[in-house]
Design a protein around this ligand. Sequence first.
Ligand SMILES: [Zn+2]
Ligand SMILES: [Zn+2]
Length: 227
Amino acid sequence: MGCERQHEAPLASAPEELTAAQAYLSELGYFQMQHLPISGTVDEQTWRDFDKPRCGISDLDASHFWKSGPRAPARWEKSTVTLAVDPDAPGWTRDVAREASRVWQSQVPLSLQWVDAFHTADIQISFTPDRHGDGASLQPPTVAHAFAPGTRWSGNVHFRAATKWASTMTQGVLDLQTYMIHELGHALGLGHSSESASIMRAQPRNGQRELSPRDIVAIKALYSRHD
Ligand SMILES: [Zn+2]
Ligand SMILES: [Zn+2]
């Protein structure tokens, strides 16, 4: 499965422009690694974090999911973006997904519109086997991933079918809504954030169902950018 690497001109070439561009992308969580202490050694906390469920978007090389290079992250360039849940998904998935989309809807100048036609929707949400044909398998601790706008699998949101998901807060079970909000963030164009309060951490806090103030800054910056 080939990567969707695109060789485009850098966003900026002068040093000060590059610094500004990097600061902007950094604010969007585009470059950040997951929130781990940079100790130079693999400490106990790091090992614990390796075992925790996480999103499958790589913190270092996400070129399969994102266009590579020092350029602005992709976003939807149309005013209405359609979403659909796979008809084979459990019925309660739709309620969770709609609730999650409302969290983002209030922050973007897009109309997020739910439709029944799954295969033609811009954002397609489904539960998948570990290997499912997009070249990015879901194996523990990886439980979900989603593709950015403008990539080959643009808007695809995949949850690992073999993982136990909860529709309501259940001790020890992953909250689907937490991950739904996180993955929809990717499907709208955001990368990972290292901020501890961010829903876009690679290992989001189970049960978190709202954006952090910086998540709001990031999504608003992405959709108010003029280029
Ligand atoms: Zn993620
Ligand atoms: Zn996938």
